[in-house]
Design a binder for this molecule. Structure first.
Ligand code: ZN
Length: 161
């Protein structure tokens, strides 16, 4: 039922090597990016969250979701809500590509909790930090047991087809 696409190629980055090479990269439409960042700003001081859809490495749809935890330091998405959105997007031929959430006052670095949760190798995880005046948006993917940075490139929607 769920269509998962493996993103990025597995490489031989060892656990100890720390700063891994950027083997994964995504393209995101500017509109989706704005939707994501605006949602996070709106719900601040709580953590914002949502789902990312598209095809392959191209994120074309951003769906903000309710943070069931209503917390400034954690988030969760109700599974019924997740499934409903998932169904709706798949009818449109989109794949579930990732999850985003915000860190209202912390840097865009995965917390310990994030690390435990970000374990699906088929997904891209985006963290939006609102700690500074300029939002800091960073992507991550899981490779083996390690989270590695993923490059996010913005493009106008018209150029994505
Ligand atoms: Zn987090």
């Amino acid at each position: 039922m769920k269509t998962f696409k493996r993103l990025g190629k597995p490489n031989n980055v060892s656990k100890a090597s720390g700063a891994a090479e950027r083997s994964a990269s995504f393209v995101m439409c500017e509109h989706g990016y704005t939707t994501m960042v605006d949602h996070c700003k709106e719900v601040k001081p709580l953590e914002g969250c949502g789902l990312l859809f598209g095809k392959g490495e191209v994120i074309t749809t951003v769906i903000p979701m309710v943070n069931e935890n209503h917390s400034p330091v954690s988030f969760s998405i109700r599974s019924e809500a997740l499934e409903a959105v998932m169904k709706e997007r798949m009818v449109r031929g989109e794949q579930w590509l990732g999850v985003f959430h915000s860190h209202p006052t912390a840097p865009a670095i995965p917390s310990e909790t994030d690390r435990l949760m970000m374990d699906d190798e088929s997904l891209c995880y985006i963290i939006v930090s609102l700690a500074l005046r300029q939002p800091d948006v960073r992507g991550y993917v899981t490779e083996g047991s390690q989270l590695v940075p993923a490059r996010i490139t913005l493009q106008p929607k018209e150029s994505l087809s």
